[in-house]
Design a protein around this ligand. Structure first.
Ligand code: NAD
Ligand code: GLY
Length: 362
């Protein structure tokens, strides 16, 4: 059994990310659980797989446990699902001493976090991420959200969890496509500021693609450490944290345009990172075109790298105007000086963005 704990230390909160490769390890956080009233928020795919195991573990600490299982999918990351959660909490008389636990991928983590942030102006919650994407990214750092019809993650709050409990063996049931999607966010850390991690990923690509559990457990711990380092510097994204959004402005527009049906989040992020590399070259931020090198890196992990010409590039640029990094109607984007050195570029003009998108279409 492999176990590792990563700490997140913030001005107003401190929590552990407990990573174990064979079980949901609650022992070190039992003080958060003893005699608590708990609602597990999950979905109709993940609950049948892991809810019983989680519940049985939790029964060591409390016997008041409810579960709500929402429909599965990004298209359900909505105000309606959020209402369902808070209506459930109202029905069960949840108050500030009670606890929410997410059990699922990034969609469930984000929605549970947002319900916890808003119910009674904020109650405690614990993340139990079960997809690779949620284990390396979405469960850590306190960004919580639901989508609005006009765009992704437009309704949300910063609300840190009290703990993150990762059982990496849950990845054994994750569909292959979702696993690859998680690699999109994983590779991001190497590209923004951890070039040695990119080398490590390349060296271990066979094991990673074969989903070798000890390798994945190490990978997840590394990503959690990298993310914690950035969140500790800038919890509410007033500066450096924005680099975690490499490729995301493009990705969110692609996801909104295709109504969350064509691309998973990680797939869209991979394509978005290629577009960011292309834009970096067009704006002369990088001395040579990083796009080719990046495409090769993404292909080592079977990720998508280009977008079909059927998608209207102009419409994508319009959707990008709703990005949370936009200031005074000016686009701010995360660009690359090299693969491993990202920075925030303000005042990017739409003609350049449009050209970068078009250069990445086939
Ligand atoms: P997801 O939550 O939709 O999960 C992908 C699919 O895998 C779903 O069908 C889910 O039910 C299923 N699944 C999850 N774990 C499983 C398991 N162990 N076995 C079988 N099936 C399993 O998508 P995702 O890729 O996990 O997360 C994407 C979401 O995360 C997006 O909404 C994105 O905006 C959000 N996100 C948030 C942050 C953040 O910092 N808050 C960061 C990155 C992404
Ligand atoms: N996933 C981007 C962030 O947490 O800031």
């Amino acid at each position: 059994m492999n176990s590792k704990t990563v700490q997140v230390n913030l001005p107003n909160s401190r929590y552990d990310i407990v990573i174990n490769d064979s079980r949901f390890d609650f022992e070190s956080i039992k003080e958060l659980l003893i005699n608590r009233k708990i609602t597990i928020v999950s979905n109709t795919t993940v609950a049948p797989l892991y809810e019983e195991e989680v519940r049985n573990q939790l029964f060591n600490y409390t016997n008041c446990i409810y579960t709500i299982a929402l429909p599965d999918g990004e298209e359900y990351k909505t105000q309606k699902s959020w209402s369902q959660i808070v209506d459930f909490l109202a029905d069960k008389n949840f108050n500030r001493s009670d606890l929410l636990i997410s059990l699922g991928g990034g969609v469930i983590c984000d929605m549970t976090g947002f319900a916890a942030a808003t119910w009674m102006r904020g109650i405690n919650f614990i993340q139990i991420p079960t997809s690779l994407l949620a284990q390396v990214d979405a469960s850590v750092g306190g960004k919580t959200a639901i989508n609005h019809v006009n765009g992704k993650n437009l309704i949300g709050a910063f609300h840190q969890p009290q703990a993150v409990i990762i059982n990496t063996s849950t990845l054994s049931t994750l569909p292959k496509r979702e696993f690859r999607s998680g690699l999109g966010e994983t590779l991001k850390y190497g590209l923004i500021n951890q070039p040695k991690f990119s080398q490590w990923l390349k060296k271990h690509s066979s094991n990673i693609n074969a989903q070798d559990l000890p390798t994945l457990t190490k990978l997840i711990a590394k990503c959690c450490q990298y993310k914690a380092q950035i969140v500790q510097l800038d919890e509410k994204e007033s500066g450096i944290r924005a680099i975690l959004n490499l490729g995301h402005t493009f990705a969110h527009a692609i996801e909104t345009y295709t109504h969350y049906k064509t691309f998973s989040h990680g797939e869209a992020v991979a394509i978005g990172m290629v577009m960011a590399a292309e834009l970096s070259y067009l704006l002369k931020s990088s001395t040579h075109n990083l796009r080719k090198e990046l495409i090769k890196h993404l292909q080592d992990f079977n990720l998508l790298t280009m977008l079909s010409k059927d998608i209207n590039a102009k419409k994508l640029v319009e959707l990008m105007r709703l990005d949370k990094k936009v200031i005074n109607n000016k686009h701010r984007l995360i660009l690359l000086k090299s693969l491993g050195d990202a920075y925030i570029q303000a005042n990017v003009c739409e003609e350049d963005i449009l050209q970068a998108i078009k250069n990445c279409q086939y």
